[in-house]
Design a protein around this ligand. Structure first.
Ligand SMILES: [Zn+2]
Length: 317
């Protein structure tokens, strides 16, 4: 869920983060040949049409840098609904919705263009001297734990061999329109990552710090109890965060947290203020490719898989 108005404080934080990020030295190294996605879900063979190095890292294999100044430019995309927006007059709902046809087209192009979805865990492992990222790394995230993640998104992700993270509102599990506990368990068992998104989707920087801490801690505990695994990724509802909230998320034991601030330069020093790029109802496969750091499809490109799966949806925007 999103609000139309964003906190001005979070915008100032974003500016500060950008400045901080720009102050670190960034060296580049091309991805190594033969790299694969070291995740539960493996990636299909690379069918890259045009390959160009996208990974920017502050270290080389010979001179590993393990300081807090490590940064990497990786798009973290954020989806909400994968559905046909049910109310054409609901512009907010339209903006939050990517149709199943568009989503399949985007994922098909991701594969064809050589994009490799990775997890936030892989991102931080790479920045801290672990396995390097594959070429064209992209982090796919979904917010709120909507049921269509399990029914519409995951089948496509599995077909492509892609991994994604869903930030689940723990108190909304089982409500109409949201994943049930069984669906959360199922998508996790299929290799998807579950992150936390508070218990009640509250605006964390607008409530007393004690309440914010309860929402953050309890959402982590509930999801961990359900999944029997650690939950280390957090997303701020509405993207709203201030310094106190970010510190509270760190103290709760999360590894990282994502905002709704637009950008791609992710740094360990600002691991609780990671940037994301929204994917919404307005996106074409061309704007998606741009945001994902991929080469663009040729003009007029029609996804053959799309025509097979959605014969009625021959309109390519
Ligand atoms: Zn949300």
């Amino acid at each position: 869920m999103l609000r139309r108005v964003r906190s001005p404080f979070s915008k100032s934080l974003a500016v500060l983060t950008i400045v901080a990020g720009m102050c670190v030295a960034i060296a580049e190294t091309a991805p190594q040949a033969g790299q694969t996605v070291p995740s539960v879900v493996t990636s299909p063979p690379n069918q890259t049409l045009r390959v160009h190095p996208m990974v920017r890292r502050v270290r080389t294999a010979a001179t590993p840098v393990r300081t807090a100044a490590t940064c990497v430019s990786v798009p973290v995309l954020v989806y909400h609904y994968i559905r046909v927006n049910p109310d054409p007059l609901d512009r907010l709902g339209w903006g939050l919705s990517v149709t199943p046809a568009d989503f399949q087209q985007q994922m098909d192009w991701m594969r064809i263009a050589g994009g490799h979805p990775v997890t936030l865990a892989q991102l931080f492992a790479a920045m801290q001297g672990g396995p390097p990222l594959p070429p064209h790394p992209v982090v796919l995230t979904f917010d709120d734990g909507y049921a269509d993640f399990a029914t519409a998104a995951v089948p496509v992700l599995l077909r492509e061999g892609f991994v994604a993270t869903d930030f689940v509102v723990s108190g909304f599990i089982g409500r109409p329109g949201y994943m049930t506990a069984a669906q959360v368990l199922q998508v996790a068992s299929l290799g998807m990552v579950i992150g936390a998104h508070t218990v009640h989707h509250i605006d964390l920087d607008a409530v007393p710090p004690q309440l914010a801490a309860i929402e953050i801690d309890a959402s982590k505990a509930t999801l961990q109890q359900l999944l029997h695994r650690q939950v280390l990724d957090f997303a701020y509802p509405y993207g709203d965060v201030d310094a106190v909230v970010a510190d509270t998320v760190a103290a709760a034991g999360f590894r990282d947290a994502v905002t709704m601030n637009a950008g791609t330069l992710q740094c360990t020093a600002s691991r609780y203020l990671l940037y994301r790029i929204r994917v919404g109802g307005w996106d074409t496969v061309w704007s998606f490719s741009h945001n994902a750091g991929l080469a663009s499809p040729p003009a007029g490109w029609i996804d053959p898989s799309l025509l097979e799966a959605f014969p009625a949806a021959r309109r390519i925007r």
